[in-house]
Write a protein that binds this ligand. Structure first.
Ligand SMILES: NC(=O)C1=CN([C@@H]2O[C@H](COP(=O)(O)OP(=O)(O)OC[C@H]3O[C@@H](n4cnc5c(N)ncnc54)[C@H](O)[C@@H]3O)[C@@H](O)[C@H]2O)C=CC1
Ligand SMILES: N[C@@H](CC=O)C(=O)O
Ligand code: NA
Length: 434
């Protein structure tokens, strides 16, 4: 009988506990699918005094370094999150000949290129399906299914926590703080939820997606990032008035000059667009490619069990490779495409601001847009009789632009802010689905 594959699990939190459950409960099924039995030989944890039903305490250790230093491991599953010590643990595991599976987008958005090269050099696998959009198969489609095609755009909702919060705020009128607390309780949020609400988790995922889609290396810091902490109830109401809903989007595009733009920001999404209907902690990703056209991937983007599903897919894949004595070498950062400055990225915008209510003001506002070559698509004016507004500025203009560059729009906003006929607050939201 062939020897079992030795597996080490690092982290037994929301995702790790579910992965441990599946490995321990589904041994026969996994063996049938892999062709070798999995033997969980150790679980690295931070605290020993936590109750972990179904897990033999003899498997637990707080000495993760010694666990990954073993030279007889087949698979190390990294589910502790964060950069350090995850980075050195993963490096040690690979260096010692183990294949690695990780859900750690924060680490991968910094080190994917280097870790892939190390894995290739050592002849082991590095898989990370769970790192982007939880249960949704998106890494494998980009790495394998679509690798013969040319992808031009990847766009979608890649953070479950923020989608859950925005959905709760819009549909149930729940406050930001209580929606976030519920997302944490349900296991959707990162250990530090500022990574979610600040957009950094989505930026890490956008970097990974863009790197794979465009065959280059993109790091989290290359991604223009705006989170949802600045989204106000007024923004949500403005979106409703435009028949839109507010979503946190990740957008990566290949431009005509072969550079790419990658950004994460809240956007007003037209309700007729499929992304507007993505509820709760669900994620959805559109991929546009030259031959396949538009593809959409939808499903649970966060949570213990859904994320464990993605991890286990990788475990079976890697297990099969180990059985055959192979590893799939799949890093392809050969294009070395550059990330263009954010100012060159293009979008449609919704700009809203309070104005004086006197003849000629609308024309002056329109001229500010025109002077910067920004074309107007829709202009709404409302009179703020019953609303709180800045003294002397009793009307509100809501302007939807045609597609323009971020830098042109920034120039418009700067000029509006300085104009004496415009109130002090000029709010901007990008638009999608028009
Ligand atoms: N929760 C989710 O929905 C998803 C999480 N992920 C990723 O999966 C990974 C794990 O996430 P969760 O399970 O949600 O986090 P978690 O915070 O519930 O679990 C992490 C566990 O690792 C332990 N840990 C952290 N540092 C450690 C160290 N140095 N030594 C020993 N133990 C340590 C913690 O005590 C905790 O029990 C993260 O990289 C996260 O970004 C990815 C997709 C979805
Ligand atoms: N915190 C993340 C978890 C999955 O990646 C999210 O909310 O999407
Ligand atoms: Na995934």
């Amino acid at each position: 009988m062939s020897k079992p594959l030795k597996v080490v699990l690092l982290g037994a939190g929301v995702v790790g506990s579910q992965v441990a459950r599946i490995i321990l409960d589904e041994g026969d099924t996994l063996e049938a699918r892999i062709g070798r039995r999995l033997e969980l030989v150790g679980i690295g944890v931070r605290r020993m005094d936590v109750e972990r039903p179904g897990i033999d305490p003899a498997l637990l250790t707080t000495d993760l370094e010694s666990l990954v230093a073993r030279d007889d491991l087949d698979i190390v599953i990294e589910l502790i999150g964060g950069i350090d010590p995850a980075r050195s643990l993963v490096r040690t595991a690979i260096s010692n000949g183990a294949s690695v599976i990780s859900a750690n987008k924060a680490l991968l958005a910094e080190d994917l290129g280097e870790l892939s090269r190390l894995a290739e050099e050592k002849g082991v696998d590095l898989h990370y399906e769970a790192a982007v959009a939880g249960a949704i198969p998106i890494i494998r489609p980009l790495r394998e299914s679509l690798v013969g095609d040319d992808i031009t755009e990847v766009m979608g909702i890649v953070n479950g926590t923020t989608n859950f919060i925005l959905d709760k705020m819009v549909t149930d009128g729940v406050s930001f703080d209580s929606a976030l607390a519920e997302a944490q309780q349900l296991g959707y949020a990162e250990a530090d939820p500022t990574a979610d609400v600040g957009g950094h988790d989505a930026a890490a995922k956008a970097a990974i997606l863009a790197g794979l889609a465009f065959h280059t290396e993109v790091k989290g810091q290359d991604v223009f990032t705006e989170g949802i902490t600045g989204v106000t109830e007024a923004d949500i109401a403005a979106a409703e008035s435009m028949d839109c809903t507010v979503k946190l989007l990740a957008v990566a595009k290949l431009a005509d000059d072969d550079r790419i733009t990658v950004k994460v920001h809240p956007a007003m999404v037209a309700k007729k667009h499929p992304l507007a209907a993505v509820r709760g902690a669900y994620n959805a990703i559109f991929v546009n490619s030259r031959e396949a056209g538009e593809l959409m991937f939808l499903g649970a983007g966060a949570g213990g069990s859904p994320t464990a599903s993605a991890v286990m897919g990788d475990v079976v894949t890697v297990g099969r490779n180990r059985r055959r004595g192979t590893a799939a070498h799949m890093s392809s950062g050969y294009t070395r495409r550059q990330v263009a400055p954010i100012g060159e990225s293009r979008a449609q915008f919704y700009v809203s601001f309070e104005v004086e209510d006197r003849p000629g003001v609308l024309a002056k506002c329109a001229a500010v847009f025109g002077d910067h070559n920004v074309s107007l698509r829709v202009v709404q004016q409302s009179y703020l009789e019953d609303e709180v507004h800045e003294e002397g500025f009793p009307a509100r203009l809501g302007v939807m632009t045609h597609t323009t560059t971020e830098s042109a729009l920034a120039d418009v906003v700067a000029e509006l802010r300085e104009s004496d006929f415009v109130g002090s607050e000029v709010r901007v939201m990008r638009l999608e689905g028009f």
